[in-house]
Design a protein around this ligand. Structure first.
Ligand code: THU
Length: 171
């Protein structure tokens, strides 16, 4: 079940909200969401995707000891195909490698299929979902770029790891 929310500059499709959503305010979150969406789209422009020609970008917000920092990633393909790395994992691993493991948000943009594409064509792959589940909590916001609607408004899907990967494996 999903609901639609309109804020000044963003159309939200809400699939799930952070666990402690009592003070979730889309108006307040709009500028943060838009800037991470923009960062994910910019990251996608750096994709190395000569084989699939499918450019993906991700932007994460991660914290360490009260400091919050942004990391981005793009997909990096390989002639072997199997050695390809997804944008989300590049962003998440960059944050972890910088000792920032406390993730508050991930924004994902499949630049070449964003506009009004089905959610499945814009969603993270299974491997990335498993990596997210290693580091994300119920408080981590996952934003999926929906591109522009007919009116030229930016669209985003908002969800959390419980929806993206239910019944997940963890130790
Ligand atoms: N890709 C990502 O970067 N993230 C995903 O979650 C889905 C797939 C990349 C991998 C490959 O370079 C291209 O998209 C086509 O699968």
């Amino acid at each position: 079940m999903e609901t639609r929310i309109e804020t000044e500059n963003l159309s939200w499709t809400v699939h799930s909200l952070p666990d402690d959503n009592s003070d979730f305010d889309p108006e307040k979150m709009e500028s943060m969401a838009l800037s991470h969406l923009q960062a994910a789209r910019s990251a996608a422009l750096l994709a190395y995707a000569p084989y699939s020609k499918f450019r993906v970008g991700a932007s994460v917000e991660a914290e360490k000891g009260g400091e919050s920092r942004r990391f981005s990633g793009c997909n990096v393909e390989n002639a072997s195909y199997g050695a390809t790395m997804c944008a989300e994992r590049v962003a998440i691993f960059s944050a972890v490698a910088a000792d920032f493991r406390n993730f508050s948000l991930l924004a994902l943009s499949t630049l070449d299929s964003a506009d009004q594409a089905s959610l499945s064509a814009r969603s993270p792959c299974g491997l990335c979902r498993q990596v997210m589940s290693e580091f994300f909590s119920d408080q981590t916001v996952i934003l999926i770029d929906g591109g522009k609607d007919d009116a030229g408004r930016d669209c985003v899907d908002i969800t959390t790891i419980d929806i993206v990967l239910p019944w997940r494996f963890s130790l």
